[in-house]
Ligand binder design. Structure first.
Ligand code: ZN
Ligand code: FE
Ligand code: FE
Ligand code: ZN
Length: 286
């Protein structure tokens, strides 16, 4: 890696029914790739009837908390493990999410939009709906929801902020209404003083691109929006995935620090290049 590792705050456990690995296995994987800090962020319980198959049940929350705190003890002094959660933002569920978050101590809560109304737009089983939706409408509706998620005051980090592109559906590059919706989203994130997640997960999806797009990262830099890193690992082997790519993008966009969280307090940590011998290989190159 060109950069010293920063915290990876986005990883799941099998409680969400679509991830593998124990917290201990995620922690071992993190140590193997040289991380000093990670945070678990499994898909949170949501009210009855909302996306039940893809998240832990409320009855599993205590076991999740226990597994993470046990790992915190096991790895103390070697790896800092934060207690996080990925909750959904979905209009109508805010009071449930608020109550659930308040019932426990978290280091941070990620807020993610995975649904436009009843459409799970990032679900491979529902990709056919893209034939029904106008792409610009979908992007605008999505960004409105992300803006509202920031404004809700429920979350510390906005998860994978342009997840809508996951399967590669793109509005025209010059679509002013999509660009306006994107700008309103970023202004809402700035106003709410929450962090924007830069996620390598998109690189593993059909779109093959970091979430969010470099244009959005560059605008976040102008607005001085804090960013955090997440691999969105659903298996231990994905921990820290493409961190270097993401940190390189941040550097290119003029962002030199990432957010770190403890007890829902944010502090900024500088992104440091590794001092290395690459100078030699550069001058010896063709
Ligand atoms: Zn997931
Ligand atoms: Fe997500
Ligand atoms: Fe996730
Ligand atoms: Zn996710």
């Amino acid at each position: 890696m060109k950069f010293q590792a920063v915290p990876d705050y986005h990883m799941h456990t099998p409680r969400c029914n679509h991830a593998i690995g124990t917290v201990t296995e995620y922690a071992e994987a993190a140590l193997l790739v040289g991380l000093e800090e990670i945070g678990m962020s499994d898909h949170s319980p949501m009210p009855e009837g909302f996306d039940k198959a893809w998240r832990m049940d409320r009855s599993e929350l205590d076991a999740y908390l226990n597994e993470v705190s046990e790992a915190q003890n096991i790895f103390a002094g070697r790896l800092d493990i934060k207690m996080g959660l990925e909750a959904d933002f979905h209009p109508g569920t805010e009071s449930y999410v608020k109550e659930m978050i308040a019932a426990h101590d978290w280091d941070y809560v990620i807020g993610s939009v995975h649904y436009i109304d009843a459409w799970g737009f990032d679900n491979p089983d529902e990709v056919k709906q893209w034939e029904v939706w106008d792409v610009e409408d979908a992007y605008c509706a999505y960004y409105e929801l992300v803006a509202a998620s920031a404004g809700s005051g429920l979350f510390d980090i906005i998860g994978h902020p342009d997840l809508i592109k996951k399967f590669g559906h793109r509005p025209p590059l010059d679509s002013q209404r999509v660009l306006d919706a994107e700008e309103r989203m970023l202004v809402a994130v700035k106003k709410a003083d929450v962090a924007l997640e830069v996620s390598s997960a998109g690189l593993r999806k059909p779109v093959c691109e970091v979430y969010p797009h470099a244009r959005i990262i560059a605008r976040a830099a102008e607005l001085e929006i804090p960013v955090s890193f997440g691999s969105d690992a659903h298996a231990p082997g994905e921990v820290g995935h493409a961190m270097d790519v993401c940190l390189g993008m941040l550097e290119m966009c003029g962002i030199h620090e990432v957010a770190a969280f403890s007890g829902r307090e944010r502090r900024m940590q500088s992104i440091k290049r590794k001092t290395s011998v690459t100078q030699k290989s550069v001058s010896a190159g063709t």
